[in-house]
Design a protein around this ligand. Structure first.
Ligand code: GDP
Length: 367
């Protein structure tokens, strides 16, 4: 009998041929009785959802849950990787719910950074990305900074309704939710229920009062993030865990900086000036002459220029060049997920290299 196998989570027909297509399950798990496709497996066990596309049926089914209920959307982003974690299509996903933008991991920025300025900057960035937000908050969910104020803000804006927590993976959503539960209930271990019935993908709900819930939506995997192309060990090197100590380089034209072997900047044209580098303190930065840079990269990638380690090297896309001409105004040259370089606003030309698919960009200086 040719029995058709379907995923218990989403109802899609199971297949083992194409990992990128719907319903994929490795052959080794086919013998099991209750089969989940890889995607639903990740969702169930890691509360994580692969790259979402607004045309994606499963995802639409899931978020229609949000669209049909009234509530406040709390969009958590990683202040260290704003462009990689800001969900610019959020309004299309959540409909006309009010969105409260929360920048997490503020402990990573130098203590001297002005909070007011940061909030202002976040508000402006959201607007530039076309994301309308009712308010902006800055927190560190690890340290607990800003959590009390945020709890008050949430109470004010939710008006007795549900709260949906939305974010990409790695923004610190789990850490944040645990903190928030502690702040709002004073308890450490509130029981969370994961709901996964029939063919609808569900959310984790935490009661706020008799009538309303805080709802943890699955972390959205953004494949453009560098973190998906590096080994666990390298991730520890590139993802800062402590306050970033900016490293300042006075460069002349025709000098180059390497960030491990993962990114590179060539100062092509302009007067001598400072390049302020905000990267994990553990990521080595090497300065060299532009004329020697290609050779250095060829001979020392994975050795002196590391990360990448061997595992990363096997999966890392090749470096691609982007050229930028910068004018007046302090700007950041951003390597999403890796860090950024602040330049002071003189006319300069730079060539910037990053792994293919990583959206290098320029923004108004964050700090
Ligand atoms: P999730 O995938 O969004 O649920 O993220 P997690 O809560 O698992 O956190 C992802 C990583 O970010 C972990 O290494 C956390 O320790 C770290 N993290 C979370 N919140 C903060 C924060 O406020 N500051 C810093 N420095 N790291 C954080």
């Amino acid at each position: 009998i040719n029995e058709e196998l379907v995923c218990l989570g989403c109802g899609t027909q199971i297949q083992s041929e194409d990992p990128d297509k719907a319903g994929y399950t490795p052959k080794s798990t086919l013998a099991k009785k209750d089969i989940l496709c890889k995607r639903c497996f990740r969702l169930k066990h890691y509360n994580e959802i692969q790259d979402v596309d607004i045309t994606d049926d499963d995802f639409l089914k899931m978020v229609s849950n949000i669209q049909n209920k009234k509530g406040l959307v709390v969009h958590l982003i990683d202040i260290f990787d704003v462009s990689g974690s800001l969900l610019t299509n959020l309004p299309r996903i959540v409909g006309d719910h009010p969105i409260l933008l929360v920048g997490n991991k503020k402990d990573l920025l130098p203590k001297s950074t002005s909070e007011r300025q940061l909030i202002h900057w976040l508000r402006r960035s959201a607007k530039e990305y076309g994301l309308k937000v009712i308010d902006v908050a800055l927190i560190s969910s690890i340290k607990g900074h800003g959590m009390k104020d945020l709890s008050l803000m949430i109470e004010k804006y939710r008006k007795g309704r549900d709260v949906f927590i939305v974010g990409t993976t790695n923004v610190g959503k789990s850490t944040f939710i645990n903190r928030l539960i502690k702040e709002s209930t004073g308890e450490n271990d509130v029981i969370t229920t994961s709901y996964f019935p029939g063919t609808t993908l569900g959310f984790i709900e935490i009661p706020l009062d008799e009538k309303s819930y805080m709802i943890d939506t699955p972390g959205i995997v953004n494949r453009k993030q560098l973190s998906h192309y590096v080994s666990d060990n390298d991730l520890k090197m590139i993802h800062p865990i402590k306050e970033i100590k900016p490293r300042v380089y006075q460069l002349n034209a025709e000098q180059t900086l390497f960030f491990g072997g993962l990114a590179r900047i060539d100062f092509i044209k302009g007067n001598r000036q400072s390049f302020v580098c905000y990267f994990s303190n553990r990521l080595p930065i090497h300065r060299t002459k532009l004329a020697k840079a290609d050779e250095l990269y060829k001979n020392h990638l994975g050795k002196m220029l590391s990360p990448p380690d061997e595992i990363t090297l096997a999966m890392l896309p090749p470096l691609v060049k982007h050229s930028f001409r910068l004018g007046a105004g302090k700007s950041d040259i951003v390597f999403p997920g890796l860090g950024w370089i602040t330049v002071a606003g003189e006319r300069i030309t730079v060539d910037v290299y990053a792994p293919k698919g990583i959206a290098v960009g320029i923004r108004d200086a964050l700090i």
